[in-house]
Ligand binder design. Structure first.
Ligand SMILES: NC(=O)c1ccc[n+]([C@@H]2O[C@H](COP(=O)([O-])OP(=O)(O)OC[C@H]3O[C@@H](n4cnc5c(N)ncnc54)[C@H](O)[C@@H]3O)[C@@H](O)[C@H]2O)c1
Length: 385
């Protein structure tokens, strides 16, 4: 049968190595800056998005979440977990991947790692919020929780907020040593003064900005009201799940509280401790000039960050664009490419299935190239008649 050859769109796959290549080719600061710009642009298009709170599956040790969002053209979701005890068995607390798809057809355009990317996008989002909310002239930051996210937060605040000195504290001294070592060896942190502290209270004293990025599946009290000097901006990142908070409710009661997507933060943020009618402002409103940021130099502002799907949408569209420009990533044979899309049975038609099975049998050359199996079989060698 003579049918025109269909042009099949392909799914691009980006591994952690591909995202590392993007960062190393153009530099961490440019990556953070451009990702922050994408996040800001998308927050300014807030009303164009079909939004929902993420779907969380809770268990004894942690949570697994799905985070979908779409505009008229593009759909994305992130799969992410949060398991604070994971590091004891050599796994990250937070691991993630995500998908970008074409709304017009539903075709997945991108499958990407998002573990490293989550650290980048979270720091970029924190910087976007702090630029809108922190006191101009903030120079000292306390960084409580010195795990996987912490270097990214330190670099973003050094470069985009003008932070010159960071006071570090973690209950695990080895985590602070790791953060210190990583920053001291990084030319992007040259000129940034670092001081390891013996307690949260010591780290927070004299800080203009306080970033909390701890992981513990409990209602922890890392920061109490008396610890913060007037005018502090609190970038609260680690309280992001029901029953997992960092900030004493008295801090929220006396602060201006800003959130990503209110329905989600009411369930997951430090805000979960407050009455349902406790007033908050969504960050996009401040960025768009529809609401005020801090009301005075003395007000304590708090960004009650939980991580919202829009930030991952921005990160995924940014990675997709960058990878294509830099020629990174690999075609992922995720969706079968069919000459006749109404005939998916062709994949299991006995003659085809037998040959396909032989092609992938142990010892065949294809078994060393798992991603190549299906593409080779379907596109060239076994095109059904
Ligand atoms: N809001 C967001 O968008 C967002 C994004 C990513 C991660 N997170 C959250 O940020 C937190 C940190 O993530 P991570 O990947 O860096 O985890 P991690 O496990 O690598 O590091 C967390 C660190 O917090 C320390 N810690 C725990 N309790 C502490 C306490 N009471 N005082 C001081 N330090 C304490 C731990 O020792 C550890 O070093 C997690 O809770 C995670 O869920 C939020």
């Amino acid at each position: 049968m003579n049918t025109p050859t269909a042009v099949h769109p392909q799914t691009l796959f980006l591994s952690p190595q591909d995202v590392t290549s993007i960062v190393s080719r153009q530099g961490m600061l440019k990556t953070l800056q451009e990702m922050a710009a994408c996040i800001q642009q998308d927050f300014l298009r807030w009303k164009s998005f079909d939004k929902s709170a993420r779907l969380a599956s809770h268990s004894k040790n942690g949570v697994i979440e799905l985070m979908p969002i779409a505009d008229a053209h593009t759909y994305s979701f992130k799969y992410v977990n949060g398991h604070p005890k994971n590091t004891a068995q050599g796994l990250s607390t937070v691991m993630a991947f995500g998908v970008l798809a074409d709304v017009a057809t539903g075709m997945p355009m991108l499958v990407s790692e998002l573990t490293l990317t989550t650290a980048l996008r979270t720091a970029a989002t924190s910087a976007v919020a702090a630029r809108a909310l922190a006191r101009p002239g903030s120079r000292v930051m306390a960084l409580i929780g010195n795990g996987a996210q912490s270097e990214f937060q330190a670099l973003a605040f050094h470069h985009f907020l003008g932070i010159e000195e960071i006071h570090l504290y973690d209950v695990d001294a080895a985590a602070s040593t790791k953060l210190m070592r990583n920053l001291q060896a990084n030319p992007d942190a040259a000129g940034l003064r670092l001081r390891a502290c013996a307690s949260t209270a010591e780290a927070v004293r004299d800080a203009d900005i306080v970033t909390t990025v701890t992981a513990d599946k409990t209602n922890a009290t890392i920061i109490t009201a008396g610890m913060l000097k007037p005018g502090t901006h609190l970038n609260a990142v680690g309280g992001d799940c029901p029953g997992k908070t960092e900030i004493h409710p008295d801090v929220l009661a006396s602060a201006g509280v800003f959130v990503e997507y209110e329905p989600q933060t009411r369930m997951e943020g430090d805000l979960q401790q407050m009455a349902p009618d406790f007033a908050v402002t969504e960050l996009w409103q401040v960025l768009a000039g529809e609401a005020a940021g801090r009301d005075s130099g003395a007000q304590v502002t708090m960004f009650d960050s939980v991580g919202f799907a829009l930030e991952d949408f921005s990160a995924l569209r940014y990675l997709y664009d960058k990878a294509q420009r830099l020629g990174l990533g690999a075609a992922l044979p995720l969706i079968p490419q069919l000459d006749n899309p109404k005939d998916i049975y062709q994949l299991v038609r006995p003659a085809f299935a037998t040959a396909f099975g032989q092609l992938n049998a142990p010892g065949s050359p294809n078994t060393d190239r798992p991603h190549a199996h299906q593409a080779t079989a379907l596109n060239t060698e076994l095109t059904p008649t």
